[in-house]
Design a protein around this ligand. Structure first.
Ligand SMILES: Cc1cc2nc3c(=O)[nH]c(=O)nc-3n(C[C@H](O)[C@H](O)[C@H](O)COP(=O)(O)O)c2cc1C
Ligand SMILES: Nc1ncnc2c1ncn2[C@@H]1O[C@H](COP(=O)(O)OP(=O)(O)O)[C@@H](O)[C@H]1O
Length: 302
């Protein structure tokens, strides 16, 4: 077991990266990797739900819901993750008590890394200066990672959301350090795709997950031991008067049954906006053009 819900069973002492780390983008990766090679078990201390979900009651903005975030963190070489339930008790814990009870007594932190703008504790009164004075008092080392910029823009979860909302998957990839991905089980749709000559697997993603802008994307689809190219349509299917947003993947050059499988797709290129066609025939013609364009992009390495 490497993901814990409390500090009671963790391996100690710890070298701790502390933060929300939504998306585990390049800035987060620097904070997390700062613990590697430090004294103590490499550990990430984080929260779920995201404090913003807790306080706003809103959902649907996470770049990586909990399971996805944990696997991205473990892939960086971290030994254990402590995911504290963010609830009323935690929200009302004073910053200095959080340091004492969680970092010092709970994790026996020998080293702590945080990002330059990290805030924590009741009313978000805990900040990096306060952590620095705690480090002196409790004798742990601390590293505060400076703001990361790429091409003059701050690397941040909100900058990534803005890029994805406009279909700019290249910019999102630059800030994330990997392609944006969506994952879920394949469910049943309206059984219409196969009649169009383009069967589509309907991906059911967490309602907490941030969705990029509607449109058609070139993706890599991963399921079981398969890795294939696909066309991904995200939208309401205006040609059929749809209102509910669906996520559909047509796997290129492949046939088989996907119902019930877990699939992950990574967004590689935005092809076009979703359109309302005057007839099903025109939609089918466009689907053929989409496939041709995808094949050209794949052939030239995108
Ligand atoms: C690559 C691709 C592009 C698509 N583009 C559009 C579009 O522009 N407008 C639209 O109304 N539907 C679009 N669709 C959605 C089709 O209408 C949808 O796949 C079809 O209704 C089948 O739905 P089903 O899987 O629920 O049977 C697209 C589907 C794919 C795979
Ligand atoms: N190349 C393919 N890409 C995606 N799904 C495919 C493909 N070939 C066969 N399938 C199967 O067909 C199903 C989709 O057919 P479709 O008529 O669009 O039905 P539904 O509306 O239930 O998604 C997929 O869930 C999968 O099991």
């Amino acid at each position: 077991m490497t993901v814990f819900r409390s500090v009671s069973e963790v391996a100690r002492p710890c070298a701790v990266a502390l933060g929300n780390f939504d998306g585990v983008h390049l800035g987060h990766q620097a904070v997390i990797q700062a613990v590697l090679g430090r004294p103590g078990v490499p550990t990430v201390l984080t929260f779920d739900p995201h404090p913003r979900e807790y306080f706003s009651g809103r959902t649907g903005f996470l770049l990586a819901p909990e399971r996805e975030r944990s696997s991205q963190i473990l892939a960086l070489g971290i030994a254990q993750i402590v995911v504290l339930p963010f609830d009323e008790r935690l929200a009302s814990t004073e910053a200095h008590r959080f340091v004492e009870e969680v970092l010092v007594e709970g994790l026996r932190a020998r080293f702590v890394s945080v990002g330059w703008n990290f805030r924590f504790g009741k009313d978000r009164l805990g900040n990096t200066e306060m952590l620095q004075s705690c480090a002196r008092a409790y004798q742990f080392d601390i590293e505060i990672l400076a703001e990361r910029q790429i091409e003059g823009q701050r690397v941040s979860s909100s900058a990534i959301r803005t890029a994805l909302a406009s279909g700019d998957v290249e910019r999102a990839r630059l800030l994330l350090g990997r392609s944006y991905s969506l994952e879920g089980e394949i469910g049943r749709g309206d059984q219409r795709g196969r009649l169009l000559g383009f069967p589509t697997a309907n991906l059911q993603v967490s309602e907490r997950k941030f969705l990029p802008g509607d449109g058609v994307y070139l993706v890599r689809a991963h399921w079981g031991s398969q890795r294939r190219w696909g066309l991904f349509n995200l939208g309401v299917r205006p040609t059929f008067g749809g209102e509910r947003r669906t996520l559909e993947v047509h796997v290129l050059d492949w046939q088989g049954d996907l119902y019930g499988q877990s699939m992950k797709i990574t967004l590689e290129h935005y092809l076009r906006a979703e359109k309302k066609f005057a007839s099903v025939g025109e939609l089918i013609e466009q689907l053929h053009r989409d496939r041709d364009q995808a094949e050209r992009l794949i052939a030239r390495g995108i």
